[in-house]
Design a protein around this ligand. Sequence first.
Ligand SMILES: [Zn+2]
Ligand SMILES: [Zn+2]
Ligand SMILES: [Zn+2]
Length: 140
Amino acid sequence: MHISSIKTLLRESGLKVTPIRLALLNYLSKAKKPLSVEDLMQVKSLLEVDKVTLYRNLDTFVKKGIIQRLDLHRREAYFEMQHKHGHHHHIICMECGLIEDMHSCSMDIAVKNVEKKSKKFSKIIDHSMEFYGLCKKCDK
Ligand SMILES: [Zn+2]
Ligand SMILES: [Zn+2]
Ligand SMILES: [Zn+2]
């Protein structure tokens, strides 16, 4: 994402433009996989920023729907841009933590089923599902 469109995104979300926010979203929008706070702490322009501040900013982004928080059964939470590459799932290696985006979704029937079986919901709008396994390297 271009810095100017990140600025626009922040303003449209009612957020102040700060160097930390710009750096965070710049990095997240370029990332090819979900990132943890540990990953983001390695970013050059964020080296001086403490973990609590990073978490607080990420939390704000999540609340505004700019990024998504993923619980990938790792020690830490992971984050990725909300609408970056459309609906997708993740496969996570239980050994080394490698993450692969999975763009094919075969949940249609399951979703219909949930709608039919639910007593309290009439409509399912979204879902998330992650897959856990061993990557080719770890499965040797
Ligand atoms: Zn692995
Ligand atoms: Zn992803
Ligand atoms: Zn899906």
